[in-house]
Ligand binder design. Sequence first.
Ligand code: 0X9
Ligand code: ZN
Length: 309
Amino acid sequence: RMDWNSYHALEDIEGYLGWLNASTNGVVQVLSAATTQEGRPVYVVRVNDRGATGPKKRIWIEGGIHAREWISPAATTFILHQVATNPDWQRTILPHTEWYFVPVANPDGYAHTFTGGRARLWRKNRRVNDNALPDRCNGVDLNRNWDLKWGVGASQNPCSELYMGEVPFSEAETTGLKYFMERVGPLDLFITFHSYGQSVLYPWGWTKDPPKNAKMLHRVGRRFLEAVQHVSKGQVDYTLGGSGAMLGFASGATDDWAYGALGAKHAYTIELRDTGHYGFLLPEAQIGSTVRETAAGVQCMVTYMINNG
Ligand code: 0X9
Ligand code: ZN
């Protein structure tokens, strides 16, 4: 049905979502948040055990907003798989949580990277900005298109990989996800998976000034680092900090919007393996260990949040 030993084309991922939807007795629901320029749905997968009452942490996990970062949808689907099918997670985590997964936030871009040679490591979506311009001038960086301090560390040039779009939320993917998130309501935890760099980043993206609950963001982020260290037996190290301070300024990203506009209590961008040796071309042999340590990291963050209010 699905495995985490190879990278999967969009159709395989969608097939797996359909299987989950059909075989988990209403616990997993596959919904659509948007239809892309090329006509593909942007799926949101809700996981909620209606049998469990009592307070629940609301968690949103986004993957695949950057087309070439293939390990991101792999990690997102693996965590979804744990929540939906792992007896340990279902006993200890699921009764206290409600999950929303976006396995591939940029399906057009993702599909494009499966057309051979990873289509020159495409990052943006596939909007046609101007028919007269070369292919690299197509697309909007969906992680520069959200409306919070829009335009910092981004480009107004459509030919740039960091093209922010004509206006905030100019894209079907970002608008659709925004509306969906607003309907879901206040989040306790938002995570968007990227690669590469092995870092856990929290707001803000446009300033080095820490947000008001930076201490708490740091404390919960540490749980991820500790779990990865533990599972990898000290082989894999992540760094942790504010994204503006760690990476340089960039706004219009989902993490800042989820935190600053939607009011998510915790919001993170997690840059997965590696630190640059393979970069975006992380070998398939590393998928399994990467997604397992990542799931352990998220499990520890969520467990901490459940136990600490
Ligand atoms: O620049 C990005 O969009 C992310 N890095 S990546 O190399 N995967 O493109 C980092 C985003 C960090 N968050 C903010 N700057 N708000
Ligand atoms: Zn990215």
